[in-house]
Design a protein around this ligand. Structure first.
Ligand code: HEM
Length: 210
């Protein structure tokens, strides 16, 4: 029996994950010291990533999609709601991630999903920090994620992932996880100004100054 696949993915993507902690937007959110403008820009960019990724969900392998309740793992609607609660109206105008990761076999899908599903674990801590910074529940639905369902959702994802631990195609899961982290990192580099220069900024900035 090989080492569990999750451990292999964690090891392979550890450095990329650590770099996320130094991304100025995530670091600020995790510290609970983030301006409304930066928070909105961060969410706008995340929205583009998740919408672009989810655009492929309907073509995911059917048995896997059913086993892990893939439709319930869509997170872009929560991002859109957060953005609206922060005053951004024109969500449809935000750019979408063009999904530059191969998403064909089940191991490839699970490798990519490892990145977005794993992020829900750290998201819980970020949501707490944002709450302390004064952001209401309606503004942090994305980072709150599955809420009370967080552990069951993660466990059901892992159960499907581990079916591939001894699969000759397991390496494809690792490649997809690494590629997804890289693509995510590249996409999130251009996050400042992502919610646009004129999207109600003045009004929100005035609120911040009060
Ligand atoms: C400042 C930002 C972040 C912080 C503070 C953070 C924190 C954490 C923490 C504490 C865990 C472990 C939770 C647990 O085991 O219960 C975790 C897991 C994970 N995070 Fe993050 N995270 C951040 C950003 C991200 C981002 C942006 C991504 C990907 C897009 C990501 C992907 C993952 C993955 C894949 C795991 C699962 C690792 C495993 O297999 O155990 N994280 N994160």
């Amino acid at each position: 029996m090989k080492a569990d696949l999750r451990a292999r993915l964690r090891e392979a993507t550890g450095e990329a994950h650590a770099r996320m902690h130094t991304h100025p937007g995530f670091a600020a959110a995790a510290s609970g010291r983030i301006s409304t403008r930066d928070y909105r820009d961060l969410l706008a960019r995340l929205h583009g990533f998740h919408r672009g990724f989810e655009a492929h969900f309907d073509s995911a392998p059917a048995a896997m999609a059913q086993a892990i309740a893939l439709p319930a793992r869509r997170r872009s609607a929560a991002l859109a709601e957060d953005l609206r609660a922060l005053g951004l109206q024109d969500i449809e105008a935000l750019p979408l991630w063009p999904a530059q990761v191969a998403l064909e076999s089940e191991p490839q899908w699970l490798g990519a999903l490892y990145v977005t599903e794993g992020a829900t674990l750290g998201g819980a801590a970020i949501s707490r920090a944002l709450a302390e910074a004064g952001f209401g529940a309606a503004q942090r639905r994305f980072f709150e994620g599955y809420g009370a369902e967080r552990s069951p959702m993660w466990r059901s994802f892992l159960a499907r992932l581990e079916r591939h631990a001894d699969d000759p195609e397991a390496a494809a899961a690792q490649t997809a996880a690494e590629a997804t982290f890289s693509a995510f990192e590249a996409w999130m580099r251009d996050w400042r100004g992502a919610s646009g220069p004129e999207h109600g900024r003045n009004r929100l900035d005035q609120v911040e100054l009060l």
